[in-house]
Design a protein around this ligand. Structure first.
Ligand code: ITT
Length: 197
Protein backbone atom coordinates (compact mmCIF):
# COMPACT_ATOMS: atom_id res chain seq x y z
CA UNK A 1 0.00 0.00 0.00
CA UNK A 2 1.34 3.44 -0.92
CA UNK A 3 2.46 5.64 1.96
CA UNK A 4 1.04 9.16 2.12
CA UNK A 5 2.32 11.51 4.83
CA UNK A 6 0.19 14.36 6.12
CA UNK A 7 2.51 17.15 7.26
CA UNK A 8 0.51 18.46 10.21
CA UNK A 9 1.05 18.44 13.94
CA UNK A 10 -2.47 19.68 14.64
CA UNK A 11 -4.40 16.73 16.13
CA UNK A 12 -7.80 18.31 15.42
CA UNK A 13 -6.97 18.59 11.72
CA UNK A 14 -5.49 15.10 11.60
CA UNK A 15 -8.66 13.54 13.03
CA UNK A 16 -10.75 15.17 10.30
CA UNK A 17 -8.22 14.29 7.59
CA UNK A 18 -8.29 10.59 8.55
CA UNK A 19 -12.09 10.58 8.41
CA UNK A 20 -12.23 12.40 5.05
CA UNK A 21 -9.55 10.32 3.32
CA UNK A 22 -10.98 7.03 4.57
CA UNK A 23 -11.58 4.66 1.68
CA UNK A 24 -8.45 5.65 -0.27
CA UNK A 25 -6.11 2.71 -0.71
CA UNK A 26 -3.23 4.39 1.13
CA UNK A 27 -1.32 4.12 4.38
CA UNK A 28 -1.93 7.59 5.83
CA UNK A 29 0.80 8.66 8.25
CA UNK A 30 0.91 11.73 10.47
CA UNK A 31 4.10 13.50 11.51
CA UNK A 32 3.70 11.79 14.88
CA UNK A 33 3.51 8.37 13.17
CA UNK A 34 6.83 8.93 11.39
CA UNK A 35 8.47 10.62 14.39
CA UNK A 36 9.27 13.84 12.55
CA UNK A 37 8.84 17.27 14.07
CA UNK A 38 10.70 19.75 11.86
CA UNK A 39 10.52 23.41 12.76
CA UNK A 40 8.95 24.77 9.58
CA UNK A 41 8.75 28.53 9.24
CA UNK A 42 5.36 29.32 7.72
CA UNK A 43 6.38 32.67 6.28
CA UNK A 44 4.24 32.62 3.13
CA UNK A 45 1.76 35.40 2.33
CA UNK A 46 -1.01 33.06 1.24
CA UNK A 47 -2.52 29.81 2.47
CA UNK A 48 -1.16 28.13 -0.69
CA UNK A 49 2.40 29.40 -0.06
CA UNK A 50 2.39 27.97 3.45
CA UNK A 51 0.83 24.64 2.45
CA UNK A 52 3.51 24.27 -0.24
CA UNK A 53 6.32 25.12 2.24
CA UNK A 54 5.07 22.43 4.65
CA UNK A 55 4.45 19.73 2.01
CA UNK A 56 7.72 20.34 0.17
CA UNK A 57 9.87 20.40 3.34
CA UNK A 58 8.53 17.05 4.51
CA UNK A 59 8.68 15.51 1.01
CA UNK A 60 12.37 16.45 0.80
CA UNK A 61 12.99 14.83 4.21
CA UNK A 62 11.15 11.59 3.40
CA UNK A 63 10.98 11.23 -0.39
CA UNK A 64 7.32 10.18 -0.02
CA UNK A 65 4.08 11.65 -1.33
CA UNK A 66 3.29 14.43 1.19
CA UNK A 67 0.11 16.44 1.77
CA UNK A 68 -0.13 19.59 3.89
CA UNK A 69 -3.04 21.79 4.97
CA UNK A 70 -2.81 25.50 5.60
CA UNK A 71 -6.05 26.94 6.82
CA UNK A 72 -7.57 29.75 8.82
CA UNK A 73 -10.45 32.03 9.63
CA UNK A 74 -11.09 35.30 7.77
CA UNK A 75 -13.31 37.76 9.67
CA UNK A 76 -14.47 40.50 7.29
CA UNK A 77 -15.06 43.06 10.06
CA UNK A 78 -11.43 42.58 11.15
CA UNK A 79 -10.02 43.10 7.63
CA UNK A 80 -9.85 39.33 7.11
CA UNK A 81 -7.78 38.70 10.25
CA UNK A 82 -6.62 36.34 11.63
CA UNK A 83 -6.26 34.75 8.15
CA UNK A 84 -2.90 33.04 7.61
CA UNK A 85 -2.02 33.95 11.21
CA UNK A 86 -4.95 31.96 12.66
CA UNK A 87 -2.78 29.52 14.64
CA UNK A 88 -0.42 32.28 15.87
CA UNK A 89 -3.15 34.88 16.55
CA UNK A 90 -2.73 36.29 20.10
CA UNK A 91 0.06 33.75 20.63
CA UNK A 92 0.20 30.03 19.91
CA UNK A 93 -0.16 29.19 23.62
CA UNK A 94 -3.26 31.35 24.19
CA UNK A 95 -6.40 29.24 24.68
CA UNK A 96 -9.07 29.24 21.99
CA UNK A 97 -11.59 30.27 24.63
CA UNK A 98 -9.68 33.56 24.97
CA UNK A 99 -9.10 33.98 21.22
CA UNK A 100 -12.75 33.24 20.42
CA UNK A 101 -14.05 35.64 23.09
CA UNK A 102 -11.68 38.34 21.79
CA UNK A 103 -13.10 38.03 18.27
CA UNK A 104 -16.66 38.18 19.62
CA UNK A 105 -15.73 41.34 21.57
CA UNK A 106 -14.16 42.93 18.48
CA UNK A 107 -17.51 42.55 16.72
CA UNK A 108 -19.58 44.08 19.53
CA UNK A 109 -20.70 46.99 17.30
CA UNK A 110 -21.04 44.97 14.05
CA UNK A 111 -24.41 44.57 12.33
CA UNK A 112 -25.69 41.08 11.40
CA UNK A 113 -24.33 41.33 7.84
CA UNK A 114 -21.01 42.68 9.09
CA UNK A 115 -20.44 39.45 11.04
CA UNK A 116 -19.59 37.53 7.85
CA UNK A 117 -16.55 35.24 7.93
CA UNK A 118 -15.14 32.19 6.23
CA UNK A 119 -12.83 29.29 6.84
CA UNK A 120 -10.26 28.85 4.07
CA UNK A 121 -8.21 25.73 3.43
CA UNK A 122 -5.41 25.20 0.93
CA UNK A 123 -4.08 21.68 0.58
CA UNK A 124 -0.73 21.11 -1.13
CA UNK A 125 0.36 17.77 -2.51
CA UNK A 126 4.13 17.38 -3.06
CA UNK A 127 5.14 14.42 -5.23
CA UNK A 128 8.57 12.80 -4.87
CA UNK A 129 9.44 13.99 -8.43
CA UNK A 130 9.26 17.60 -7.22
CA UNK A 131 5.87 18.43 -8.70
CA UNK A 132 3.46 20.27 -6.37
CA UNK A 133 -0.25 20.91 -6.79
CA UNK A 134 -2.69 22.81 -4.58
CA UNK A 135 -6.45 22.92 -4.10
CA UNK A 136 -8.37 25.57 -2.12
CA UNK A 137 -11.88 25.53 -0.67
CA UNK A 138 -13.88 27.77 1.66
CA UNK A 139 -17.00 27.70 3.80
CA UNK A 140 -18.97 30.89 4.39
CA UNK A 141 -20.57 31.74 7.73
CA UNK A 142 -20.95 34.37 10.45
CA UNK A 143 -19.24 35.02 13.77
CA UNK A 144 -21.58 33.86 16.53
CA UNK A 145 -22.44 36.14 19.46
CA UNK A 146 -21.45 33.45 21.97
CA UNK A 147 -19.05 30.53 22.15
CA UNK A 148 -21.14 27.39 21.53
CA UNK A 149 -20.39 23.72 20.95
CA UNK A 150 -17.64 21.32 21.87
CA UNK A 151 -16.94 19.40 18.65
CA UNK A 152 -14.11 20.22 16.26
CA UNK A 153 -11.27 22.51 17.34
CA UNK A 154 -9.91 26.06 17.10
CA UNK A 155 -12.47 28.64 16.01
CA UNK A 156 -15.31 26.14 15.46
CA UNK A 157 -17.31 27.32 18.54
CA UNK A 158 -17.77 30.82 17.04
CA UNK A 159 -18.27 29.86 13.36
CA UNK A 160 -22.03 29.93 12.71
CA UNK A 161 -23.37 28.33 9.53
CA UNK A 162 -26.86 29.74 8.79
CA UNK A 163 -27.95 26.82 6.56
CA UNK A 164 -27.52 24.47 9.53
CA UNK A 165 -28.53 26.93 12.28
CA UNK A 166 -25.51 26.08 14.43
CA UNK A 167 -21.76 26.50 14.77
CA UNK A 168 -19.33 23.99 13.28
CA UNK A 169 -18.58 22.98 16.89
CA UNK A 170 -22.22 21.84 17.25
CA UNK A 171 -22.15 19.72 14.08
CA UNK A 172 -21.55 16.00 13.83
CA UNK A 173 -18.14 15.46 12.23
CA UNK A 174 -19.85 13.60 9.34
CA UNK A 175 -21.60 16.86 8.40
CA UNK A 176 -18.65 19.20 8.95
CA UNK A 177 -16.40 16.91 6.89
CA UNK A 178 -18.69 17.23 3.86
CA UNK A 179 -19.39 20.97 3.93
CA UNK A 180 -16.17 22.37 5.40
CA UNK A 181 -13.24 24.12 3.73
CA UNK A 182 -11.02 21.13 4.61
CA UNK A 183 -13.59 18.54 3.52
CA UNK A 184 -14.04 20.15 0.10
CA UNK A 185 -10.34 20.83 -0.52
CA UNK A 186 -9.42 17.27 0.47
CA UNK A 187 -12.17 15.85 -1.73
CA UNK A 188 -10.56 17.64 -4.69
CA UNK A 189 -7.10 16.33 -3.74
CA UNK A 190 -8.50 12.82 -3.28
CA UNK A 191 -9.19 12.59 -7.00
CA UNK A 192 -5.60 13.66 -7.83
CA UNK A 193 -4.15 11.06 -5.46
CA UNK A 194 -6.43 8.32 -6.78
CA UNK A 195 -5.07 9.01 -10.31
CA UNK A 196 -1.49 8.84 -9.01
CA UNK A 197 -1.87 5.51 -7.12
P1 ITT B 1 0.00 22.56 11.12
O1 ITT B 1 0.69 23.75 10.52
O2 ITT B 1 0.91 21.64 11.86
O3 ITT B 1 -0.89 21.83 10.14
P2 ITT B 1 -1.51 24.58 12.58
O4 ITT B 1 -2.60 24.51 13.61
O5 ITT B 1 -0.31 25.46 12.88
O6 ITT B 1 -1.03 23.07 12.27
P3 ITT B 1 -2.29 26.29 10.37
O7 ITT B 1 -1.04 27.09 10.37
O8 ITT B 1 -2.87 25.85 9.06
O9 ITT B 1 -2.14 24.95 11.20
O10 ITT B 1 -3.37 27.11 11.18
C1 ITT B 1 -4.69 26.78 11.06
C2 ITT B 1 -5.46 27.41 12.21
O11 ITT B 1 -6.70 27.89 11.70
C3 ITT B 1 -5.81 26.34 13.23
O12 ITT B 1 -4.82 26.23 14.24
C4 ITT B 1 -7.14 26.85 13.76
O13 ITT B 1 -6.93 27.89 14.69
C5 ITT B 1 -7.77 27.50 12.53
N1 ITT B 1 -8.62 26.53 11.81
C6 ITT B 1 -8.35 25.97 10.60
N2 ITT B 1 -9.31 25.10 10.26
C7 ITT B 1 -10.20 25.10 11.27
C8 ITT B 1 -11.40 24.40 11.52
O14 ITT B 1 -11.85 23.48 10.68
N3 ITT B 1 -12.05 24.66 12.64
C9 ITT B 1 -11.60 25.56 13.52
N4 ITT B 1 -10.47 26.26 13.39
C10 ITT B 1 -9.77 26.03 12.26
Amino acid sequence: MRKVIFATSNEGKMKEIREILEGLDIELLSMKDIGLNPDIEENGKTFEDNAIIKARTVMELTNELVLADDSGLEVDYMDKAPGVYSARFMGEETSYHIKNQYIIDQLAEASEEERSARFVCAIACAFPNGEVITRRATIEGFIAKQIVGTNGFGYDPIFYVPEYGCTTAQMASEIKNVISHRGKALQAIKDVIADYL
